[in-house]
Every structure is written in structure tokens, then in C-alpha cells.
Design a protein around this ligand. Structure first.
Ligand code: NAD
Length: 500
């Protein structure tokens, strides 16, 4: 926690399964945020001056400590989200994967790159990737540990310091993980956590050199406006309405299982959740039957172990929206063939995994982000109709296509207007740190996670040209006779010399 004078009003954090208070965190004021950013600016001087290898060494050690303390961290995540062990473990694996990838490749990605200046040989050109300064990270509650740090890791390795504002619903996952960073040797003010709600988040946007936001599209839009006023770089990772397309030749057992895991992982509270499924008419009935058979085998509850397939939802607001979307769909002709109800016997926010059929695009469930364990399945005549409907959305995050014809699957994938698509898997691109991902349309803006671009978005590009002054004669116009001669020579040479 940032060692600032905090507003003692505090925010009570509750366990969604038991309803019990887990603890209280301070609601950081604007002054607290400003002070944290100033400390981060001071700390950045030494952190940014250290070699990339030195930064990688400390971050790698942090990753090892998180891995060694996984049970403790998972307990904190589960207590404040109500998710199952799988959901919590995915957070550990996801961050670990990013730490492994970026600590291995950061020096290569950040190395100055040679570029051709206007007069080769006489001049040398290089592009440098310099830290931006203090990066602010604002994160949501659905993956509260992983998403507080997934962007912070490349930002830190690029030489920035970070101030993180986790969701007020789940701040402890970020706090416990930041403590492990300090134990690993990350200097205290290189990573700081400021707790608070939207006001604290808005204050952070006002002081940092770049803002990296993950959350809803509505809040992302406010952050973008505020960042634009300050002309600071920003990146937005927002909501989604991901589609899955099942072709007639797909392996239906795999597709049915993917429909369930893709829609119900983390009780459907995942930005890249499968939120609608389009199935070719020929296999529609068989597919629906298989999903229904499989879903009966799911275990829901608050217990431990990877054989609990679904945990609780995290907050009432989300649950109310899920119920509203189902009600709207049923009123417009949809049929619930499994689930559709709360399970108060398990806890106040448990909701059954739910299958909906007879759905269409007049319903909220097919157009707006539902963010719950709902599987709406729609019959389509052919691939073209599936692609048209999949693209009929304001969102463009991720998606998937199931077919045994891999080349066709890849071709269909390119027709989807989303940041990534997996063929015969769901959510597989974001799991691969070397493949960048990020939304189009209302799902994201301003940079992608993963790969080289996922670290370079936290840098300022600076091009530097060094002139040897060979043939350089002092003159009173920029087009002195020697320069003019060189320019004409270059124009000619470019026609015949391939590397110019
Ligand atoms: P949210 O927008 O309500 O809150 C996100 C964060 O923004 C929180 O920390 C909140 O305190 C803060 N905030 C609220 N108002 C603010 C303001 N005016 N200025 C600055 N910060 C402010 O989102 P949520 O409910 O926490 O998260 C769920 C949403 O996040 C879903 O839409 C989901 O799809 C999306 N999400 C996207 C990704 C992705 O990578 N694309 C990942 C996870 C979640």
C-alpha cells in the first residue's frame, strides 16, 4: 500500500459467498494519488536507469514468489470474488506466463533498432524505446490479481514505475501480490497500489504519464475523454460479446464442451467469454442435446478443488443484469432449457449455468454484454449467416470457430471483426503471451497486450540520427549545393540499389 495519508472513510470489502466483511481499505483521495505519483516519479529515475536485465531479474524473482505462494494468493482471490479454484489458478498461470515471456524477450524488444537515414553511410539512424515515466493502471474485479499486473509487468520492464488502482470490489488480490513484489526486491515506490473507487481512478488519470485501463466500455469512454484532455497516451481493454461458430463438420463433443467452458469459466464473468453461439442447422439439434447432457454433469459450489466447475458470481449488480437479459429473451420468445435460476442454497450470488434456445438478435442476450454463465444457442442456415450475425455487434474482442476443415476455419476467422479468433478452441490467443490481443470497435483502443507491441506501448519512440559530416559544407540554405547533389544521387540510387 502506498505510504500516503489516507482518507479514513474506507471501503468495506465483502466475501460474496458468505457476505462477511473481509476487510476495509482506504479510499485514497486526490491528494493521496498525487503524492503516490510523485513518489513514483522519483523512483522512476533509478528504476529506469537500471539495465533491462536487472529489471528482468527482480521481476522474475517476483514471479517465482507468486508461484511459491499460490495457495495464499488464490485464497485471497477466491475470498473476494467467490470464484472457484480453477478461476483463481488461471490468474496465477496467466500472470506467470506473461512474466516468463517478457523477462525472456524484454531486452530484445527494447533494444535500439537501426533505421536507414536519408543519406546512408554518411549518417547513422537508430530508433530508441524509452520509458514514458509513471504508468497508471486501472483494473476490474473479474480477474483482480492477473489484470492488476498483466499490463504492469511489461510497463515495469520498459523502465516505467506503476501506480495501480484495483477495483474497489476486490482490492486485496492486488495488495497481497504487490507485497510479494516488495519481498522480491522491487523498490517500494516502483509499484504502488492506491485503493478507492471511480473517483480515485479518475484522479489517477489526472497525474500519470500514461493510463492503461481495463474495465467496462462505459467507464473506458470516460477515461479516454479525460486522457485526451491531457494528451497522454492511453490504452483501453473493454467489454465483449464474443461469438462461437459451429460448422456442420465440427467435432461436436469438443464443440459442446468448449461451449460450456468458454461460457461458464469464472461464472461467465470474463471479457472474452463466449456470449453467443451460432450453429449450422444440420447439426443444431444434436449440438444442443450434447451441451445439455454435459451441463448436467457440472458441479457448482464454494468448495475447493478443480472438480468444482463453477463458483459464485461476484456482485449483485452483475447478477441482476443476467436475470434481466434472460427475462428479456424469454419475453421475446426464447426458451430456457437448462438453469436460469439463482441457487441461494449455495450462497447469495450463485446462478445456475443456463442454456437458452430460440434466441435472435432482437434480444439483449444476443447484443449486449451479459457477463454471466449463459449459453444462448442460435440456429443458422450457413456460414455466411453465422459470420454476418457474429459481426452484428458493437463489440469486437475475441471469437472462435469450430470445424474439422482447418483451412476453412482460418478463412472464416479472418472474416470476423475481432481482435483475435481461435479455431477449435476458445480463449486460446490471450493465453499465448507471444500473440498480441486487444479489442476492436467498443472492445478496445490504443494498444494490445502481448508480443512486442504489448511492451512497446509503454515506451516513447525516439529516432536519433548521427551525421558524420562527411561532405557537409556550411551554408545559408538547407538545400546547399552538396546536399542537393546527394539528394539527386540518392534518388537515382534508390531505383537500382535494392537495400536503399
Ligand atoms: P468498471 O468499468 O465498472 O470498473 C473498472 C475500474 O474502473 C474499477 O477499478 C473502477 O473503480 C474504475 N473506475 C470507475 N469509474 C471510473 C472513472 N470515472 N475513472 C477512472 N476509473 C474508474 O468495470 P468492472 O465492472 O470492474 O469490470 C467488468 C468489465 O470489464 C466488463 O465489461 C468486462 O468485459 C471488462 N473487462 C475487459 C477485459 C479486457 O481485457 N478487455 C478484461 C476484464 C474485464
Amino acid at each position: 500500500m502506498a505510504d500516503s495519508k489516507q482518507n479514513m472513510a474506507g471501503i468495506s470489502v465483502k466475501n460474496p459467498v458468505t457476505g462477511q466483511e473481509i476487510g476495509v481499505v482506504p479510499k485514497s483521495t486526490r491528494d493521496d494519488v498525487q503524492a503516490a505519483v510523485e513518489r513514483a516519479q522519483d523512483a522512476q529515475l533509478a528504476w529506469g536507469a537500471a539495465s533491462v536485465e536487472e529489471r528482468c531479474r527482480v521481476i522474475r524473482k517476483w514471479g517465482d514468489l507468486i508461484w511459491e505462494n499460490q495457495e495464499r494468493v488464490m485464497r485471497v482471490i477466491r475470498d473476494e470474488t467467490g470464484k472457484n479454484d480453477t478461476g483463481a489458478f488461471i490468474e496465477i498461470i496467466g500472470l506467470d506466463n506473461y512474466i516468463a515471456y517478457y523477462t525472456k524477450h524484454a531486452s530484445e524488444f527494447l533494444r535500439p533498432e537501426r533505421r536507414q537515414p536519408i543519406f546512408p553511410i554518411i549518417q547513422r539512424g537508430k530508433v530508441y524505446h524509452k520509458p514514458l515515466g509513471v504508468v497508471g493502471v486501472i483494473s476490474p474485479w473479474n480477474y483482480p490479481m492477473m489484470l492488476a499486473f498483466l499490463d504492469a509487468v511489461p510497463a515495469l520492464l520498459a523502465g516505467n514505475t506503476v501506480v495501480i488502482k484495483p477495483s474497489e470490489i476486490t482490492p486485496f488480490s492486488a495488495l497481497v501480490t504487490a507485497d510479494l513484489a516488495y519481498q522480491a526486491g522491487v523498490p517500494e515506490h516502483v509499484i504502488q497500489i492506491v485503493t478507492g473507487d471511480g473517483e480515485t481512478g479518475a484522479a489517477l488519470v489526472d497525474y500519470v504519464d500514461m493510463i492503461c485501463f481495463t474495465g467496462s466500455t462505459a467507464t473506458g469512454r470516460k477515461v479516454a475523454v479525460q486522457a485526451a484532455e491531457r494528451l497522454i497516451p492511453f490504452s483501453l481493454e473493454l467489454g465483449g460479446k464474443d461469438a462461437m461458430i459451429v460448422l456442420a463438420d465440427a467435432d461436436l463433443d469438443i464443440a459442446a464442451s468448449a461451449a460450456i467452458t468458454g461460457s461458464c469459466e469464472n461464472a461467465g464473468q470474463m471479457c472474452i467469454s463466449i456470449e453467443r453461439i451460432y450453429v449450422e442447422e444440420k447439426i443444431y439439434d444434436r449440438f444442443v442435446e450434447k451441451v445439455k447432457t454435459l451441463i448436467h454433469q457440472m458441479t457448482m459450489g464454494a468448495g475447493d478443488g478443480l472438480d468444482i466447475h463453477m463458483g459464485s458470481m461476484t456482485n449483485e449488480r452483475e447478477l441482476l443484469r443476467v436475470e434481466e437479459h434472460i427475462k428479456d429473451a424469454v419475453e421475446k420468445g426464447a426458451e430456457v432449457i437448462y438453469g436460469g435460476k439463482r441457487r441461494p442454497d449455495l450462497g447469495p450470488l450463485f446462478f445456475e449455468p443456463t442454456i437458452l434456445i430460440n434466441v435472435d438478435h432482437s434480444m439483449k442476450i444476443m447484443k449486449e454484454e451479459t457477463f454471466g454463465p449463459v449459453i444462448p444457442i442460435m440456429k443458422v442456415y450457413n456460414v455466411d449467416e453465422a459470420v454476418r450475425l457474429a459481426n452484428d455487434t458493437e463489440y469486437g474482442l475475441s471469437g472462435s470457430v469450430f470445424t474439422r476443415n482447418l483451412a476453412l476455419g482460418e478463412r472464416i476467422a479472418t472474416r470476423l471483426n475481432t481482435g483475435d479468433v481461435s479455431v477449435n478452441r476458445t480463449q486460446a490467443v490471450p493465453a499465448s503471451a507471444a500473440m498480441s490481443w486487444g479489442g476492436q470497435k467498443y472492445s478496445g483502443f490504443g494498444g494490445r497486450r502481448g508480443d512486442k507491441e504489448g511492451i512497446l506501448r509503454f515506451t516513447a519512440t525516439q529516432s536519433i540520427l548521427v551525421d558524420t559530416q562527411i561532405g557537409y559544407k556550411p551554408g545559408l540554405t538547407i538545400l546547399d549545393p552538396t546536399t542537393l547533389m546527394f539528394l539527386k544521387l540518392m534518388r537515382l540510387a534508390r531505383r537500382y540499389v535494392p537495400f536503399l
